[in-house]
Design a protein. Structure first.
Length: 285
């Protein structure tokens, strides 16, 4: 890796810390990330243009000697970014609203994910009764999410530059990573933030109330927020890891929180009953 980076970027680093799909590189007081590019170049270019046109500051992508965004290394595409700092973000915030929109394929994507897991689970679930039971439960959650999402009027939705995934505590390394961004509905980041806060056991419904009021969410945006909370992306992320590596610890941790997550959903619906949230029978019970 060191030789590759020197060849393509003419940079020499004092320290290199390698992880699964990225490395942290330190040169004097500067910190860089060399990360596998998991999005298409077309998506990344759209995001970069959107960031520039809306004056949104993120970690800077360093072009290689060929003036290209990515560099081939070990058969994968990598992007080098300069991390301005690794500080923790003290307060959650959303990027500014943008005029850009994206075609809405969310429910179709969710349906395809369900179909993929339904085919995969008989293979990986052998001898794991707990996995089969939890899978059936979370598929039901995903189907509820799709039903709510499909009832929303997408013409009433505002869009922002959002994150594919967030970490907690929030750090600028991840929050300002341009390869971790996409254009999506305003509800996406709030739902992802709620999920990671819940998993870290620091969930605060009053904090969410302040965010919703600050950004003036309308009824359709609130229902999409509900749909995204119902869609168990956190479970599917860990299920993907289990399928790939057969490591069950983190997945079992998620499953152990089923009851508490239901309580969070019910608390959310009760807190925001002043909005016209779509009724789901099991939440009312």
């Amino acid at each position: 890796m060191k030789n590759t980076i020197h060849f393509y970027y003419n940079l020499n680093f004092d320290e290199i810390y390698e992880y699964d799909n990225y490395s942290i590189l330190i040169m004097s007081e500067n910190i860089y990330a060399f990360k596998v590019l998991n999005v298409s170049m077309e998506e990344l270019v759209i995001i970069m243009n959107t960031l520039q046109s809306n004056n949104i500051k993120t970690n800077k992508i360093i072009l290689n000697k060929n003036n290209e965004i990515y560099t081939e290394y070990n058969g994968k595409k990598y992007v080098l970014t300069l991390i301005e700092n690794k500080e923790t973000i003290n307060q959650f915030y959303l990027f500014p609203l943008i005029n850009s929109r994206r075609e809405d394929f969310i429910s179709e994507i969710w349906v395809k994910k369900i179909e993929y897991y339904v085919k995969k689970i008989p293979e990986v679930g052998l001898g794991n009764g707990w996995l089969i039971n939890s899978f059936n439960y979370y598929i039901g959650m995903a189907e509820n999410a799709i039903a709510v999402y499909n009832r929303c009027n997408k013409n009433n939705i505002r869009y922002i530059v959002s994150h594919r995934r967030l970490n907690y505590p929030l750090t600028k390394t991840v929050f300002l990573d341009p390869t971790n961004l996409l254009i999506d509905a305003i509800s996406r980041d709030v739902s992802e933030y709620m999920k990671i806060k819940f998993i870290s056991e620091e969930y605060d419904i009053l904090e969410i109330r302040k965010i919703v009021e600050k950004y003036n969410f309308n009824n359709d945006e609130m229902n999409i927020l509900l749909a995204r909370l119902l869609y168990p992306s956190y479970y599917f992320d860990e299920l993907d890891q289990f399928i790939e590596k057969k490591e069950a610890k983190n997945l079992k941790k998620i499953v152990s929180k089923i009851d508490n997550y239901e309580k969070m959903i019910k608390k959310f619906c009760n807190e925001f009953k002043d909005y016209q949230l779509y009724v789901i029978d099991w939440i009312k019970k």
